[in-house]
Design a protein around this ligand. Structure first.
Ligand code: THU
Length: 137
């Protein structure tokens, strides 16, 4: 561990990062989210020999929360162990965050070197495709 955990989310992500399954990219990522109940859920990236089947840490964390009955994501933290700079969630993960979080939800990005960046979902994904857009006409 190279970063000093200064929040419960970061502590949870650092602990979870040892379970990252990234034999192909060697790029370990862990995520921690605080859900509506207040409970923290973690996830790691899970790669596959069929590379396109890889699932990012953020989606694993959110799907774990939702499958436990949560319907709201209040905070998101991404810990990129092998990165010098913090990394934002990919477009697919931002779309999944948009499904369950407020537009101004804070996304905290931490790199293995301890660098920290913060952004709002609305900054990272300005035009969000939401369920209400499915209404026709
Ligand atoms: N990855 C994540 O898990 N989250 C991110 O925010 C960026 C990318 C993973 C997917 C893949 O296993 C590896 O990082 C390289 O793209």
């Amino acid at each position: 561990m190279t970063v000093k955990p200064h929040s419960d989310l970061l502590r949870a992500a650092v602990a979870a990062s040892r379970n990252s399954y990234a034999p192909y990219s060697g790029f370990r990522v862990a995520a921690a989210v605080r859900a509506g109940s207040g409970k923290v859920y973690t996830g790691v990236n899970v790669e596959n020999a069929s590379l396109g089947l890889t699932v990012c840490a953020e989606r694993v964390a959110i799907f774990k929360a939702v499958s436990e009955g949560e319907r709201e994501i209040r905070e998101v933290l991404v810990y990129a162990v092998d990165s010098y700079d913090p990394v934002p969630p990919c477009g697919a993960c931002l779309q999944v965050i948009a499904e369950f979080a407020r537009d101004d939800v804070e996304i905290v990005m931490v790199s293995g070197t301890g660098r920290i960046e913060r952004a709002r979902l609305s900054q990272l994904l300005p035009k969000r495709f939401k369920g209400e857009k499915l209404r026709r006409g």
